[in-house]
Design a protein around this ligand. Sequence first.
Ligand SMILES: C[S@@+](CC[C@H](N)C(=O)[O-])C[C@H]1O[C@@H](n2cnc3c(N)ncnc32)[C@H](O)[C@@H]1O
Length: 207
Amino acid sequence: MTTDAQFWNKIARRYAANPVKDMSSYEQTLERAGSYLHADDSVLELGCGTATTALLLAPQVTQYTATDIADEMIAIGREKAVNQGASNVELVTATSDDARFSDGSRDAVLAFNLFHLVDDMDATLDMAHAALKPGGCLISKTACLGEASFFVPLMVRAMQMVGKAPFVRFFKIAELEQMIIAKGFDIIETGCYPAKPPSRFIVSRKR
Ligand SMILES: C[S@@+](CC[C@H](N)C(=O)[O-])C[C@H]1O[C@@H](n2cnc3c(N)ncnc32)[C@H](O)[C@@H]1O
């Protein structure tokens, strides 16, 4: 098991107990992401956490696979899926570059609050591209902490030194968007929910 998986396993129950911090930004994200989903879609979500978003979006589609690196997040997600009677949600422990999903069968790949936590973004974007049908959408939201005050990276590094923060990448918005474009996607919608520090919402279509 990787150090990152251990970190997220350890905090999973606490993470699940915390309410969404900024409900208005969350609702905007759900509304914009949901507007790209269709009743006959097959969706793959990366880094789903405890499946809160998965369980809200799954009723809009036929099949929804929610994945996360942390077993404990997936276990909580399964409990929630059973309690809510979700019949079309499959929960799988997997890293964001897991080749099992590279089969070109998905209409949408979703990744919320994940990319800044992923060490190998090249492999993750390659997998998302390979998982999608031609014209399928990669819909993501990413904290772009490279746009925040210089104080934020200092604070994160201090927390990492005492094991209180996982791997974090300090993206600039332009850098993140260039990475996505370079991997074979056209960006078709962007936004920041919230604006400060920017959490960049990006919808991109597989070329
Ligand atoms: C900040 S949480 C976001 C969870 C959920 N997407 C949300 O928006 O509430 C990040 C999640 O990504 C998962 N994660 C971190 N690195 C990952 C990786 N390389 N592959 C898959 N999941 C990862 C963590 O276990 C955690 O559940």
